[in-house]
Design a protein around this ligand. Structure first.
Ligand code: INI
Length: 162
């Protein structure tokens, strides 16, 4: 029996390329997720400097636009893993369900169709307070998404192909 699991500092992570797709809508939250994510990646040896060749950050207007950009990045062949960061807050708008459905289904199908893992770092909350709690007030899930990205990039490189 062979057991496969990803790690966070493995040699196979040397030189990997990570694409971050970040929604500007609710950027009070998404900027916080992004900084937590970059902190995690940098503490695991990824070059997160402005001159980095390992990391590209692409801003989109809202979470609804994440899948089309993720699809473009995935098909480029440049990235071993993508991270989608967004914040969809229910508030009073029925738009919430439309945006959540589109981004969640879209991100899942990009990952499945391309074979490039896409970390689903889109917060879906009832209100701003819950989003803030998850974006640094209590914990910063951006950090967790960074860790999951490294684990998936490492895991996918260790799995058999063909
Ligand atoms: N986009 C978000 O990322 N979060 C939201 O909470 C949100 N709400 O509530 O409307 C939102 N809407 C914008 C949407 O993602 C698109 O950018 C827009 O509809 C243009 O296509």
């Amino acid at each position: 029996m062979t057991t496969f699991e990803g790690s966070f500092t493995a040699p196979e992570l040397d030189g990997i390329h990570i694409g971050l797709v970040v929604a500007r809508f609710n950027d009070l939250i998404t900027n916080r997720l992004l900084s937590g994510c970059l902190d995690c990646l940098s503490r695991h040896g990824i070059d997160t400097s402005p001159a980095s060749h390992q990391l590209d950050t692409i801003w989109v207007p809202g979470s609804f636009e994440i899948p089309v950009v993720a699809q473009r990045l995935a098909s480029s062949g440049r990235y071993q893993v993508l991270i989608a960061l967004g914040a969809v807050i229910r508030g009073d708008t029925p738009h919430f369900d439309v945006v959540v459905a589109e981004v969640s289904k879209g991100v899942a199908s990009v990952a499945r169709d391309s074979g490039v893992p896409v970390i689903f770092g889109v917060l879906t909350t009832d209100n701003l307070e819950q989003a803030l709690e998850r974006a640094g007030i209590k914990t910063n899930l951006g950090w967790t998404y960074g860790l999951e990205a490294l684990e998936m990039a490492s895991l996918m490189q260790s799995l058999p192909t063909g």
